[in-house]
Design a protein around this ligand. Sequence first.
Ligand code: DX5
Ligand code: ZN
Length: 217
Amino acid sequence: MKISPSVLSADFSKLDRELEKMWNSGAEWIHYDVMDGLFVPNITFGAPVIKCLKDKTKAVSDVHLMIEDPIKYIEDFANAGADYITFHIESKSDIKQTIQKIKDCGCKAGLTLRPKTDINKLLPYLEMIDLVLIMTVEPGFSGQSFMADQVEKIKIVRQKAKELNLDLIINVDGGINTENINIVSKAGADVVVSGSTVFKSEDPAKTIAELKKNAVV
Ligand code: DX5
Ligand code: ZN
């Protein structure tokens, strides 16, 4: 299990040191929550911030776009150093064209969906993408409670990927803690996003080690 700390829960006055701390504590990925105040009722940061932070660690950069029209900004995020660019199927950009654009820019493509959206709407794209992000909170804010009813979606995607023989990463985002990580892991997750759990911890290395230990199926 890989851990992807979400920058949204970091202290924004010292982001570089916050990310270095996570990398030194055993996090292999870093999750960037990009929000535009339209797709979700919150505004965070854009590509210039990711560009400044990308080289502070060797972590995989996991960019989660919660924006209305992602296709317009794919090049910017690719140029900022994104490894994975994940966007919402509920956004207004054409899904296939956006996936293609991400690939043309040399990045790996991810798709995600809101908790209320039917997983069957995402499955037709599985063969075109590298990652599925299952949301276990409503997108918009960190620190919300884990929605256990979304775990079924992880199982469905894992099963479908197996049937199609796909090398697909399943990433799970929202309300993850040292207890529920085991359910998520058993359901088939490869990566979990962790905002408040790792950033609010007094000892992130210990918390990350505990997350990984509890994830073991
Ligand atoms: C919610 C974001 C999440 C969030 C995770 O819109 O996509 O990545 O920051 O934070 P926690 O782990 O606190 O739920
Ligand atoms: Zn996220």
